[in-house]
Ligand binder design. Structure first.
Ligand SMILES: O=C(O)c1ccccc1NCC(=O)[C@H](O)[C@H](O)COP(=O)(O)O
Length: 215
């Protein structure tokens, strides 16, 4: 099954809702400045460390100290970087944390070249929509005809690659038809800034329907 990451958990209620679905592989928390920003000491109280899902901490151009302090508080399995972090920063971060690091990159004609720069340093990629002045969580999709190029790249390089940006229950089957390795959603499962049970049910139902239709 396609890997599933749900991001931008803002409350214990959000966390408990998304944790109910066995299909969820990754649960993400935004530690960067955002309407979805959460504090590590609060996230620690929400996380169930026995959860089969991995917990992902999202940062934008953080300092090494900021990441270290955050993961000291919150039991984070994966660091996802959404800014302009350099490869030397990533090397240093890896040596100091020794946990999985994913680099988020906006989809542009130059993205594959950028992946080449990072591929030896990171454990995975998230390809998201480029929106001027925003780092992520925009609810806007990019041209999904590009997805197979990212899939071929990640298979060739043997590295994880999730597709993000504007995926929701209504378009998830279309997205899956491009055969991404994993997908990452935030806005598409929200109503009034909370994760929404009906949208979650719709998402999982349609993902399962798609999987059955191709099996
Ligand atoms: O979601 C945010 O507010 C955010 C802010 C700053 C950096 C990254 C952010 N989100 C990262 C994610 O992994 C989102 O899931 C991804 O961008 C997809 O979001 P959406 O288009 O809303 O589904």
């Amino acid at each position: 099954m396609t890997q599933l990451k749900l991001c931008g958990i803002r409350s214990k209620q959000d966390y408990d809702l998304v944790s109910q679905y066995s299909e969820v592989d990754y649960i993400g928390f935004i530690f960067a400045e955002s309407k979805r920003q959460v504090k590590p000491e609060i996230v620690k109280q929400w996380i169930n460390e026995d959860s089969p899902a991995s917990h992902v901490g999202i940062f934008v151009n953080p300092s090494i100290e900021e990441v270290l302090e955050t993961i000291d508080f919150a039991p984070i399995d994966i660091i996802q970087l959404h800014g302009n972090e350099s490869t030397s920063f990533l090397h240093e971060l890896k040596s100091k944390t020794n946990i999985e690091i994913w680099k988020a990159l906006p989809h542009t004609p130059e993205t594959i070249g950028k992946m080449d720069n990072y591929v030896d340093t990171v454990d995975g990629f998230v390809i998201d929509t480029k929106v001027q002045g925003q780092w992520g969580g925009t609810g806007i999709r990019f041209d999904w005809d590009a997805i197979p190029t990212y899939v071929r790249y990640s298979q060739r390089m043997n590295i994880k690659c999730l597709i993000a940006g504007g995926i929701n229950p209504s378009n998830v089957e279309e997205c899956l038809s491009y055969k991404p390795i994993g997908i990452d959603l935030s806005s598409g499962i929200e109503t009034n800034e909370n994760k929404d049970r009906e949208k979650m049910n719709g998402l999982i139902e349609r993902m399962n329907q798609y999987e059955h239709s191709i099996s």
